[in-house]
Design a protein around this ligand. Structure first.
Ligand code: URA
Ligand code: SF4
Length: 204
């Protein structure tokens, strides 16, 4: 399986890549999704943030992090003093993976095969944006960027050199939403913001 590579135009800017991603057949996820959700934001940003895959709302809107996880991310960015418009925001996998359950579409984690298939898009985005710092939001992003299994708790918030960039891993915003207890959830929000602040510091 070749993955996305045959669909990735050479020497393309972000807009051309985004357009081309709509035709991608690098894995089967395009079939059930509404559209590819490509990265968005400043294509010359110092900080690139990588999520997992679009959720239900993103799949419909065609933009990353516009649903509940996006609200948590927006708040953490604000606390960290990072304007959302100053970063480039994307996902490891560009099409929404889900299980239909009645009228609902239930998020399903992408497999390593999906991450690998979609990697050529992430690579192309990285080449164009050429960030100083890449922030991995959760294990799927960390796997896509670092190419290995990452235990977030062991590595979070500490910039690590990887190729020509500094990589900061942190939790996925959705993991904050899933915490039921109020104080624990507030603490998780604060830790996410602290990790983003470390990323901003590393970008200077
Ligand atoms: N979760 C992600 O990882 N990415 C999005 O764009 C939305 C939710
Ligand atoms: Fe292509 Fe990625 Fe969509 Fe799979 S998920 S079809 S590799 S853009």
């Amino acid at each position: 399986r070749p993955g996305a590579e045959p669909w990735v135009p050479a020497d393309a800017g972000i807009d051309e890549l985004r357009e081309a991603s709509q035709s991608c057949r690098g894995c089967e996820l395009w079939k059930d999704a509404t559209q590819a959700v490509f990265g968005d934001g400043d294509d010359r940003a110092r900080i690139m943030l990588v999520g997992e895959q679009p959720g239900d709302r993103e799949d419909l809107a065609g933009e990353p992090f516009v649903g509940p996880a996006g609200r948590v991310l927006d708040e953490a960015l604000a606390v960290a003093g990072i304007p959302r418009g100053s970063v480039y925001l994307t996902n490891a996998v560009k099409h929404f993976r889900f299980q239909p359950r009645g009228k609902r579409r239930i998020h399903e984690k992408p497999t390593v095969a999906h991450i690998n298939a979609c990697h050529a898009w992430l690579e192309a985005e990285s080449r164009v944006v050429d960030p100083d710092v890449v922030v991995c939001l959760g294990t799927t992003a960390a796997r896509a960027v670092l190419g290995r299994t990452v235990r977030i708790g062991q590595e979070r918030g500490r910039p690590q050199r990887h190729g020509g960039v500094l990589v900061v891993v942190t939790v996925h915003p959705s993991s904050v939403i899933r915490i039921r207890e109020d104080d624990a959830r507030a603490a998780a929000r604060a830790e996410l913001a602290a990790d983003l602040r470390e990323a901003a510091r590393a970008a200077k």
